[in-house]
Design a protein around this ligand. Structure first.
Ligand SMILES: [Zn+2]
Length: 139
């Protein structure tokens, strides 16, 4: 490949990345299907296959924190005035929403859901795997 062709290919790649980024940053924030208290399975990354309960949902950043998953260590400095002990603190780092999937609490499979409102006006979610309608445990 000639130098010019290489440069053009590089530019094209660069443009694609920029467009993708704009789409992500400029797009509206969609509400996540997952709420705290839900059980999810991690479908990508180092914790793939692991299941855990959602502790926190960061809708703006499309990320969630799952108990026991994405374990990270934070090194803290001792602060004698604030009476803080130094050391290493384990904490669960946030995971991208796209890397987890909700686990149905009826059929226990990881699944996608749809939202519905029953005749009685109760908000329910429907598991696409087993078709079961149920109220959310939490959130
Ligand atoms: Zn199900």
């Amino acid at each position: 490949m000639g130098t010019v062709a290489k440069r053009l290919a590089g530019l094209a790649r660069h443009r694609r990345v920029e467009v993708a980024h704009e789409g992500w940053a400029g797009g509206r924030i969609r509400p996540l299907d997952i709420r705290s208290g839900d059980t999810v399975e991690i479908i990508a990354g180092k914790d793939k296959g692991k299941r855990g309960v959602v502790e926190r949902v960061e809708t703006e950043r499309q990320r969630i924190v799952v108990r026991g998953a994405n374990l990270m260590k934070r090194h803290t400095k001792a602060n004698t005035q604030g009476n803080v002990q130094g050391g290493i603190v384990d904490f669960n780092g946030p995971i991208a929403y796209s890397k987890v999937q909700l686990v149905c609490n009826r059929c226990e499979k990881r699944t996608r859901i749809t939202r519905q409102v029953t005749e009685e006006g109760v908000n329910v979610i429907v598991c696409k795997k087993c078709g079961e309608r149920y109220e959310r445990v939490a959130g």
